[in-house]
Ligand binder design. Structure first.
Ligand SMILES: Cc1cc2nc3c(=O)[nH]c(=O)nc-3n(C[C@H](O)[C@H](O)[C@H](O)COP(=O)(O)OP(=O)(O)OC[C@H]3O[C@@H](n4cnc5c(N)ncnc54)[C@H](O)[C@@H]3O)c2cc1C
Length: 425
């Protein structure tokens, strides 16, 4: 249970029998997709529904990456708030990005409804403020969303009201977002995979791309066959390694860790978080948690920027959990696991056509439950002749990490560790 690839609570509660045969022999396709997370699966689904011949390869299993391991929190907006976006990109672009993020959130519900995916959706997400000096800023932000963005579901909750809502007095208030919320991420990914396969997409698990050879028709090499395609979509996110320099220098893998407690009646009357909302906080290395349908607390906190993993993931995350819930010090930890996400320099996703015949999506920076299925869809739309939404993301600045892929680790570790230290101080 204490290593990053130990079975997660998600793996234990999702469809254990779902499997797709590995690729065996050479094949051709209109579109080939590398990566079976939300981005790749959504692109495959939307393309197959439009009658495109699509093949998707996944090195492990569908949802094995971040899409099947994450906090399950469906946020509003982009990873950067509207103030930041307005300052850096101007008001019109900031409004467009808010609208695109709203569409992304809606798409999740459209997909689950249309394809009958029971992803255990529960509405409500609280962005909790961990420093008194941040309260004014957050209150202003709620007003701004209400006033400038016409977004009524955001409400400021003061400290006195918040404490019983989350079962902790560690926070100074928070923003309740009623159309954000949480879901079972692996059930969602598996549902997308089943829908894509039903629509005609060919999915192959246990099939890693070893090399991408550019050309008029790009070729993907795997150990057991080559795929020749008109178009390739790189949807490997933080796990794409050694396939495409252009993409990999823009997005940096980071490991983040989660645990679940034993069932403690959370999310229901008399338990912690009786309203069932998800919570995430204002730390740079965010704490995020939520009750599960079987009454556990699923808590994410702590990340690493080096290639080595914590020796004991449960102990690593528990240190953070007890800062918010000291009484859970003695609670049994039933699952603990890790996953790899990808961040960009400015936390806006890298979503674009990188060159003729090759599209890439990466670096949703912790906001991919909403944005990655949307990223897959808008790449599919672009391939089908409607590039407007992809163009909006492609126009966003997305600098390379200083020093490129080889040197990005030391630079990032120095930068991130400083901010993580600031959280602790
Ligand atoms: C611990 C954790 C918590 C998170 N919490 C949240 C949250 O609460 N809310 C939120 O919005 N976001 C969260 N995120 C981020 C979110 O999960 C991601 O942004 C999103 O899942 C990205 O989807 P994706 O399809 O782009 O990538 P992934 O889901 O990572 O999928 C990429 C897939 O590509 C495959 N692959 C890579 N290289 C190859 C290759 N060469 N050949 C074949 N296959 C390959 C991998 O095996 C993997 O399955 C979290 C991430 C982590 C790790």
């Amino acid at each position: 249970m204490n290593h990053p690839h130990a079975p997660s609570w998600y793996a234990e509660t999702a469809d254990k029998a779902l499997a797709f045969a590995p690729l065996d022999g050479d094949t051709r396709a209109d579109v080939a997709i590398i990566g079976g997370g939300y981005t790749g699966l959504s692109a495959a689904l939307h393309l197959a529904e439009a009658g495109i011949d699509v093949v998707l390869i996944e090195a492990e299993k569908v949802g094995w990456g971040a899409s099947g391991r994450n906090g399950g929190q469906l946020h509003s907006g982009q990873r950067r708030d509207q103030d930041w976006l307005e300052r850096r990109l101007g008001k019109p672009a900031a409004h467009d990005l808010w609208q695109l993020a709203e569409e992304a959130k809606t798409l999740v519900h459209q997909l689950t409804e249309k394809h009958g995916i029971d992803a255990e959706w529960r509405p409500g997400l609280i962005e909790a403020v961990h420093k008194a000096r941040l309260v004014d800023e957050e209150r202003h932000y709620v007003d701004k969303l209400n006033r400038d963005y016409g977004y009524a579901p955001a409400e400021w909750i003061d400290r006195r009201r918040l404490a019983p809502m989350i079962g902790s007095d560690a926070y100074f208030g928070g923003r309740l977002d009623r159309t954000a919320g949480h879901l079972h991420p692996l059930k969602f990914a598996q549902g997308l995979a089943k829908a894509a396969a039903k629509a005609g997409a060919r999915i192959h698990e246990q099939t890693a791309a070893k090399k991408l050879v550019d050309g008029e028709s790009p070729v993907i090499e795997t150990l057991r066959g080559r795929i020749k395609a008109e178009i390739v979509i790189l949807a490997g996110n933080g796990l794409l390694d050694g396939i495409d320099q252009e993409t990999e220098t823009r997005a940096m893998p980071i490991k983040n860790f989660i645990l679940t407690t034993e069932p403690i009646g959370a999310g229901g009357p008399g338990g912690l978080i009786p309203g069932g909302e998800a919570v995430s906080d204002s730390r740079f290395v965010v704490y995020y948690w939520r009750p599960t349908p079987d009454g556990r607390i699923l808590f994410g906190g702590g990340e690493t920027y080096t290639r080595s993993d914590p020796a004991d993931v449960a102990a690593f995350v528990r240190r953070h959990l007890v800062k918010i819930y000291p009484a859970l010090d003695k609670a049994r930890i039933d699952h603990a696991w890790g996953g790899t996400l990808a961040v960009t320099v400015n936390r806006l996703p890298f979503l674009r056509k990188v060159r003729s015949g090759v599209y890439a999506a990466s670096g949703y920076s912790g906001q991919g439950v909403a944005l990655a299925p949307f990223g897959g869809k808008i790449i599919a739309d672009a391939i089908l002749g409607d590039p407007a939404k992809l163009d909006a993301f492609a126009a966003l600045p997305c600098p390379r990490f200083p020093g490129g892929k080889l040197l990005r680790w030391p630079a990032l570790v120095a930068g991130m560790s400083w901010y993580a230290l600031r959280d602790r101080l």
